[in-house]
Ligand binder design. Structure first.
Ligand code: MCA
Ligand code: AMP
Length: 536
């Protein structure tokens, strides 16, 4: 089992001690050496402690990729707190649920996100203050532009607070992160990841991918999900390497950086690779070889793998992870990277395939559900002992909900999902959540949401809607479709909105009354649905 320092904060302390002047983080033309990053993290830790953050208090991080995000994440841990990661696209429905379920006492956000938070703050009794980055003045930014119900603090106020505070590397068993992940039933649940989970997983990854202090990772993944944060940032800090962090993915900008030749590693979701391939078409030059390109968060098609190998001269290393378990399986660094597969367990971690009904292990080449076990697997769901118990077997195997098989030479293939889940550009969308919002509209009798293939995002959200016969829709179906899509955008993260909306007379149901999505899918694909209207 790979050795690890017990927490990412301890890794930072080690790197700042050993190589204080080495660049840890590059962002917007500025450099954070390990010493500077540690100073910033300590300033956040002291400021939060001074404010009154107690061990295990939750602070929501609702902001874009910035050095402030990284320093506040580490500072939260130095102060003993738990960081709650919040996707910056989240809107009312997600924010209300996550911040109230987590009982977050603090939320760190930026000016751009503040109005969305203001819409729900009255419904968050545990929220005591909002820390706003990058702002010195405080205009009226409360609900409806009125007076805020929750006090605003500028980041400067927090950081300049004269705090001393008892800062130290956290207990490895303490919860470090709370990340909300949805299920097919019930509201989304907070997955509790400990410091040890993160440190053990990244040590295994670093060993498998031969990540060293000489690496420079180009990172354009959002930090509010585990791919960007617990692989990209944690790996850099563990190995004492450098990360070139971008606020967002822009194919032209990434391509230009790759051409400069300073990058040694790039991590992305499949959509980023198809966009880099498209970008390559307008360039005569190819980037010099990188040590490693990695893809994950959704299936990488064999076609993209092959095209990338041809044009960039590199077989992308595909790996498989999950919020609850961090990274599970990986194609080999040195051996064959087999397209369409996600490889084998990381060092010190286990995986197996079980029969979906009996939960007993089955033989190679047979399809079942993937289960995993090891130091990387989370502690459980926040305040949901029932859901935690249901997810684990008596001897500690975690059921992933992903279907697949293992080849006789040990490569795992993911073939489907036991739960309803759409993965669009690496973001997860649970149909139920979108269906619930659509059903709130007075003209909707019922709605069913499913994922159909999309050349850019892998899958796209499609909704089938049955209109109530007794409600007039005077402006016609196109206007209603636009209204419904607007409703989803108002309530939910924009990437969850239906890209296509079709009106149907009824939803196909089985004898038990359950919607038969496979039948609906076939009908929509064959185009034999009545009026296919809205597109977004
Ligand atoms: C943005 N939009 C999307 C998506 N992203 N729609 C569908 N699917 C998406 N993934 C919408 C926006 O809401 C917006 O809509 C419009 O597209 C343009 O937004 P823009 O920011 O320009 O988006 P983009 O350039 O198309 O973004 C594509 C992207 C991004 C760069 C691939 O989606 C992304 O960064 N994905 C990475 C997600 C990730 O890190 N996943 C890891 C989760 P409008 O204009 O209408 O508002 S961790 C995980 O899954 C596990 C554990 C693992 O194994 O890693
Ligand atoms: P999340 O709930 O955001 O943690 O997403 C985890 C899910 O993403 C997994 O359960 C898989 O369904 C999917 N996933 C992650 N990596 C891959 C991959 N390489 N291939 C296929 N699916 C993947």
């Amino acid at each position: 089992m790979p050795t690890h320092p017990g927490s990412i904060v301890q890794a930072l302390l080690n790197a700042a001690d050993g190589t204080p002047e080495k660049p840890a983080l590059l962002f917007g033309g500025d450099t954070w050496t390990y010493r500077r990053l540690l100073d910033d993290a300590l300033a956040w830790g002291r400021g939060l402690h001074r404010w009154g953050l107690r061990p295990e208090d939750r602070i929501a991080l609702f902001l874009d990729n910035t050095p402030t995000f990284v320093a506040a994440y580490l500072g939260t841990h130095l102060a003993g707190g738990i960081a709650v990661l919040v996707n910056t696209q989240y809107r009312q429905v997600e924010l209300r649920h996550i911040l109230s379920d987590a009982d977050a006492r603090l939320c760190l956000t930026d000016r751009q996100r503040l109005p969305e938070l203001a819409r729900v703050e009255r419904e968050l009794p545990a929220l005591e203050a909002v820390i706003v980055t990058g702002a010195t003045e405080t205009p009226a930014d409360g609900p409806d532009n009125g007076t805020p119900t929750v006090p605003r603090l500028s980041a400067e106020e927090v950081l300049l607070a004269d705090g001393s505070g008892d800062l130290r590397a956290p207990d490895p068993e303490a919860t470090a992160l709370l990340i909300y992940t949805s299920g097919t039933t019930g509201p989304s649940k907070g997955a509790m990841l400990s410091h040890r989970n993160m440190a053990a997983n990244i040590a295994a990854i670093a060993e498998a991918w031969r990540w060293t202090a000489h690496d420079r990772l180009l990172l354009a993944l959002p930090l509010f999900h585990v791919h960007g944060l617990t692989v990209g940032i944690n790996g850099t800090l563990l190995t004492g390497a450098t990360v070139d962090l971008r606020s967002r993915f822009d194919a032209a900008e990434i391509y230009a950086t790759l051409l400069r030749g300073e990058t040694t590693m790039f991590f992305g979701v499949p959509t980023m690779y198809t966009r880099l391939l498209a970008e390559a078409q307008s360039h005569a030059d190819r980037p010099p070889p990188l040590r490693l390109y990695v893809s994950g968060s959704g299936p990488l098609s064999v076609q993209t793998f092959e095209e990338f190998r041809e044009r960039f001269g590199h077989p992308i290393l595909e790996r498989y992870g999950m919020t609850e378990t961090l990274m599970n399986l990986s194609n080999p660094y040195a051996g064959e990277r087999r397209p369409g597969t996600v490889g084998q367990p990381f060092p010190g971690q286990e995986a197996r395939i079980v029969d979906v009904a009996t939960r007993q292990p089955i033989t190679d080449e047979r399809m079942g559900e993937i289960e995993v076990r090891g130091p990387h697997v989370f502690k459980g769901y926040w305040r949901r002992p029932d859901a935690t118990a249901a997810a684990f077997s008596a001897d500690g195997w975690f059921a992933t909900g992903d279907l697949g098989w293992r080849s006789s030479d040990g490569y795992y293939t993911i073939a489907g999902r036991a739960r309803e889940l759409i993965i669009s550009g690496g973001y997860n969308i649970y149909p139920r959540e979108v269906e619930e919002v659509l059903q709130r509209h007075p003209a909707v009798a019922e709605a069913a949401v499913l994922g159909l293939p999309d050349p850019d995002y892998g899958e796209q959200v499609v909704a089938a809607v049955v209109v109530r016969p007794d409600v007039a829709t005077p402006n016609g179906p196109a206007a209603l479709a636009a209204d419904l899509i607007a409703l989803c955008r108002d309530q939910l993260a924009s990437y969850k909105k239906p890209r296509r909306l079709v009106f149907v007379d009824s939803l196909p149901r089985n004898a038990l009354g359950k919607v038969q999505k496979h039948v609906l899918r076939e009908r929509i694909e064959q185009g034999d649905q009545g009026t296919a209207t809205g597109r977004a």
